[in-house]
Design a protein around this ligand. Structure first.
Ligand code: ADP
Length: 690
């Protein structure tokens, strides 16, 4: 048993172990594959980024040629950003100067004194200012300014003198005249700026607004403010010359047009950006460049915080030789998410990922709050966000600090979940195989033990039968010899001995009939011959035939037979034999109380023939087996018997379409009831005719 189990379980478990090893190996190979895939994607992405940025390098050398013209340089910067959605806020640094796409700081051309080469005019202006500010004689000052206007050689000087006239008129509270004077500025010198870098138009519009306020012309004043803000928004000048201040001043006026206010705020943000670049970025980059950290090979990176958000900058340093501090530097803010949408999409076209995988950028605590993702590709690339763990990821630290690129299962499953299915299949296969093997072993062992039981029963049967044959044979022989010896002369005695010899030979016949019947049943050749007969009479005859045995063994027999006769088509001999078997058992398995009750009754369309005793009874677990061939209840083994009687009863009654019922309790006796249907159905009749 143990050997069989061992032989089954050991190979089964070995197979199971091999199966799990295969699954574990699969997990490892999946991991390697994904890592290889993502490393390839990372390298290509880095390559693409390098390619894109080296293109910017050529833009930088192009920018070199237009550095002296801030407007042109600014439009070049704008073009750089427009061509690359993943790049934002490009800027140019050179020395102290900062140039962004929309604004500049310290980049305007040097301010020139408008009176250079016009010393007469300069003198006249100084006299006028002296009268205006020191002597406070405004009429005198106005006269001097007017005289100067006549001498002014250019639109720039004329414009400046006109502004002074407007100011003096304002001070004289001649507001209407002041307004008219200032109003000539746009036509006179539209783009000129005063020696402080402030455009004439801004100064003029501010003064007009004040004059209108003094005249209580509120509506016109509001319009004037609108005009002022419009001008400032559309004509930004160098931040160094107070652009931010004037923009804030113009914005602080209430009731301005909503769209205009929005544009103005965008300008304010641009001012803040340039100031931030000047304050935070320029010193850092220039320090890095001066200590030689920067090189020509790869663009450098700078990661820093702004307004609680993380900003990632890339910058390139002009490769020409020269003083480090004056080398032009082109910087830009990188938009990693947008990059995922653009560059990654391109890169992935060349990598076969299959249906089940997708690649995403993964931020390592990168909080890109400043980015305003208006870019549709940006939005598409990040909805939905990666769910579930990355199957493998590769660091982008050198190219995009704070970012990695990861490969994900489309349904968000982990590697463990991906192999779980295979593990389940392997597991169930192995368990199923083990189960089948164990079931096979169990069935084989059961068949073997049945075989052993059967051969034990058979050998028991042989010894039982020989024992049962011996007793009547010994009696016949003994009484035969006694009679033969002629010693018994008493007729009564002789008759008694002859009776014993007859009864014992009848018992022998009965026993041999049983054995032969079983042999026929086994061979399938047992036949029953039906003939109509009275069942009541049949029972009576059987009882009469058996009565000598009952008497000899001291049994009291209670008989309850109906008066009428019950005609049935039966095999008379078979039924008698069955009844004798039941009588035999009743006598064999009774000990103290020797009482047998035989009855015949009709109930539910059947003739019921019962044989009851008050003997040892049958344990309930053995009842279902008593009709099995060779079966004997354990305790009865000391009683002679072959284990055939009840199997013959059952076979015969079944063949008549009837059944045998048993009710029994240990120590209380047993009742066997034969039920024979009164009307035999067609199939039963046919079987009986065989
Ligand atoms: P045998 O009597 O030759 O052993 P049977 O087939 O007639 O064989 O009976 C099978 C077993 O059923 C018996 O060995 C006995 O244990 C049990 N049995 C049969 N009839 C009775 C009975 N009337 N009382 C108790 N046990 C019985």
């Amino acid at each position: 048993m143990l050997v069989a189990l061992g032989l089954t379980l050991v190979p089964g478990l070995a197979l199971g172990y091999l199966g799990f090893l295969a699954v574990a190996e699969r997990e490892g190979s999946l991991r390697t594959n994904y890592t290889a895939t993502i490393t390839l994607v990372r390298d290509r992405l880095a390559g693409e980024l390098a390619r894109q940025e080296s293109a910017i390098r050529s833009d930088l050398s192009d920018l070199q040629h237009v550095l002296d013209n801030p407007e042109v340089a600014q439009s070049r910067l704008q073009a750089i950003a427009a061509a690359r959605p993943w790049l934002r806020e490009p800027f140019l640094l050179k020395g102290e100067r900062v140039l962004a796409a929309g604004l500049a700081s310290g980049w305007s051309r040097p301010l020139v004194d408008p009176f250079t080469g016009a010393s007469g005019l300069r003198l006249m202006m100084q006299t006028a200012e002296h009268a205006e500010f020191v002597r406070r004689d405004l009429e005198l000052a106005l006269g001097h300014y007017r005289a100067a206007l006549a001498l002014a050689p250019s639109v720039v000087t004329r414009g400046l003198v006109t502004l002074r006239i407007g100011r003096t008129l304002f001070k004289l509270r001649r507001f209407e005249e002041s307004i008219a004077t200032y109003s000539s500025i746009p036509t006179l010198a539209p783009d000129a700026a005063d020696p402080n870098g402030i455009p004439y138009q801004v100064a003029a519009l501010l003064q007009i607004a004040d004059a209108l306020a003094s005249l209580n012309r509120t509506a016109e004043r509001a319009r004037c403010h609108q005009q002022l803000l419009h001008y400032i928004v559309n004509h930004p000048w160098d931040i160094e010359h107070g652009y931010g201040y004037y923009l804030g001043l113009a914005l602080s006026v209430p009731s301005i047009d909503v769209d205009l206010a929005r544009e103005a705020r965008a300008r304010q943000r641009a001012v803040a950006t340039v100031e931030w670049i000047t304050r935070e970025i320029r010193p850092r980059i220039q320090t890095a460049v001066s200590i030689g950290a920067s090189s020509d090979k790869a663009p450098d990176r700078l990661a820093l915080k702004r307004d609680n958000g993380d900003v990632l900058l890339g910058y390139l340093v002009e490769s020409s030789s020269g003083d480090n501090s004056s080398r032009a530097i082109l910087g830009y803010e990188l938009q990693p998410r947008s990059m995922a949408g653009h560059l990654l999409t391109d890169v992935l076209k060349a990598v076969d990922l299959g249906e089940a995988l997708r690649v995403e950028l993964i931020p390592h605590g990168f909080n890109q709050t400043l980015a305003e993702p208006h870019d549709p590709v940006y939005i598409a690339a990040f909805s939905p966000a990666p769910s579930g763990p990355a199957l493998a990821q590769a660091d982008l630290q050198a190219w995009l600090p704070g970012w990695a690129v990861g490969v994900f299962d489309r349904d968000g499953r982990s590697i463990e979940q991906l192999v779980a299915r295979e593990r389940t299949i392997y597991g169930s296969l192995i368990l199923g195989m083990l189960g089948t093997l164990l079931a096979g072993v169990a069935l084989t062992m059961r068949a073997a033990s049945r075989e052993a039981e059967l051969s034990r029963l058979k050998s028991e049967f042989v010894s039982n039968v020989s024992h049962e044959l011996k007793t009547p044979l010994a009696l016949i022989r003994m009484f035969g010899e006694t009679l033969e010896s002629g010693l018994v002369t008493d007729d009564r005695k002789r008759a008694e001995f002859c009776g014993i010899i007859r009864r014992e030979s009848e018992r022998l016949t009965h026993l041999i009939n049983n054995v032969l019947d079983v042999a026929r049943i086994d061979a399938g050749t047992k036949q029953y011959t039906l003939s109509s007969c009275d069942v009541v009479q049949l029972v009576r005859d059987a009882l009469d035939a058996y009565r000598p045995f009952f008497d000899r063994l001291g049994f009291q027999v209670e008989v309850a037979l109906p008066e009428c006769s019950i005609e049935l088509a039966v095999d008379r001999e078979a039924i008698v034999q069955a009844l004798v078997n039941l009588f035999d058992n009743a006598t064999k398995y009774s000990t103290d109380v020797k009482l047998v009750a035989v009855s015949v009754a009709i109930a539910d369309g059947s003739v019921r023939v019962s044989v009851a005793d008050r003997g040892v009874g049958i344990p309930s677990d053995a009842i279902p087996r008593v009709f099995e061939k060779h079966f004997r209840v354990g305790e009865s083994v000391s009683t002679p018997g072959s284990g055939l009687g009840l199997s013959i009863v059952k076979h015969a009654i079944d063949a008549h379409g009837g059944r045998v019922e048993v009710s029994s309790a240990p120590g209380r006796g047993s009742t066997f009831t034969i039920l024979l249907p009164i009307a035999l159905d067609a199939s039963t009749s046919a079987r009986l005719q065989l």
